[in-house]
Design a protein around this ligand. Structure first.
Ligand code: 5GP
Ligand code: MN
Length: 350
């Protein structure tokens, strides 16, 4: 998620996995037979944390000798070019090629089963299921859940499990986990950037990976057509000063026609919210991205006074307190009316 992922937001006592949870997860991996099939799944429309934690952990499983190992995610198998260099991409298979009856399913960065699309059916048939996640809204849908709402990224949990399995970090694993960690901390800018996050980053960097190269590939590279598309879509952004209880909302809409005119795939719009949320006059920012005629993928960000995950949950989605999303139906104007109404119910106590 290219967003102010703040780990906090769980209920009190939501302090992450217990020793028993970690032990169960270690036992599930250590107990795999030589011919076990392991299927890793991350959330639909994967971001750097989903993909990076899954591939980094997968490379670790490979080092442990797991031979029948697949990584997948629901929906079209194409990835943004910015991820095209990630180590471990050879683990990826399209969802239709995923093991129908895996022995172990491991889910990454998915708050609920709904984020797994049609792959959700693998949970019921798997010998066991392991969930690694950091969303406060996580529904604990695994048989073993390693869920820590205070973790800055799912990769924190992935690294914690690799360490407990005795897998040393190497440059390939570290590159994946670094992509995940830097994505979900907004390049170490958000409040989730604790001393422990920097300590993990230090361990990753000590493998020799190059943070400048990685950041440029992940965050600072975009086709010229996308630059011009952003110019147009940003040019029609609107500011609603009265929205979000008078704290202000900035928003814009990008249609499939916009994408077609600039010959761009939908995923180039994922980072658009980062250019919108800088608006000084608005507490909340919103990008409405067309998916189909009457279907919109909506991204919400807050600077701290509004719990956008509460608004997103009301509208059928989820996420973190300060970064959330949902799928909206109808016209873009109808979707925005619902967003404004939901935001008024999502103000946090001052
Ligand atoms: P983004 O705006 O970057 O797509 O997503 C921001 C955050 O909101 C992500 O961490 C993701 O977990 C969550 N999110 C986005 N869309 C949805 C959705 O449709 N359903 C749920 N449950 N969460 C979403
Ligand atoms: Mn994440």
């Amino acid at each position: 998620m290219t967003a102010p992922a703040e780990g906090a937001g769980g209920t009190p006592g939501d302090s992450g996995p217990t020793d028993a949870d970690w032990a169960a997860a270690v036992a599930a991996v250590r107990g795999l037979s030589a011919d076990a099939r392991v299927l890793m799944i991350c959330h639909v429309n994967p971001d750097g944390d989903a993909l990076g934690s899954m591939l980094g952990f997968g490379l670790g499983l490979r080092r442990l000798g797991v031979r029948q190992l697949q990584a997948t995610f629901p929906g079209p198998p194409e990835l943004p070019e910015s991820f095209g260099w990630l180590p471990g991409l050879d683990l990826l298979v399209p969802e239709r090629a995923a093991y129908p009856d895996p022995d172990l399913v491991i889910c990454f960065d998915a708050a609920s089963e709904s984020r797994l699309g049609d792959l959700v059916d693998r949970l019921a048939v798997a010998g066991t299921t392991l969930v690694l996640d950091h969303h406060a809204s996580n529904t604990r849908f695994g048989r073993i859940d390693l869920v820590d709402p205070h973790a800055a990224a799912t990769s924190v949990l992935a690294e914690g499990l690799l360490a407990r399995l005795g897998v040393p970090l190497d440059a390939e694993i570290a590159a994946c986990l670094y992509v995940a960690l830097s994505t979900d901390t907004g390049s170490f800018r958000f409040d989730a950037t604790t001393p422990a996050v920097h300590e993990l980053a230090a361990r990753l960097l000590a493998t020799g990976i190059r943070p400048g190269d990685i950041s440029r590939r992940i965050f600072d590279t975009r086709p010229f057509g996308a630059v011009r598309l952003f110019g147009e879509v940003l040019g029609r952004a609107r500011l609603d000063p009265a929205a979000a209880g008078g704290r202000g909302l900035v928003w814009t809409v990008a249609t499939l026609d916009d994408l077609a005119r600039y010959d761009q795939p939908p995923h180039v719009l994922e980072s658009l919210i980062d250019s919108i949320r800088v608006t000084a006059e608005a507490e909340v920012s919103c990008v409405v991205k067309q998916v189909a005629a009457e279907e919109w993928s909506v991204s919400l960000r807050s600077k701290g006074a509004v719990d956008v995950s509460r608004a997103a949950v009301v509208l059928g989605g989820g996420g973190h307190r300060f970064a959330a999303g949902f799928t909206g139906r109808g016209s873009a104007d109808e979707v925005m009316d619902r967003v404004r109404a939901a935001l008024d119910g999502a103000l946090l106590p001052a």
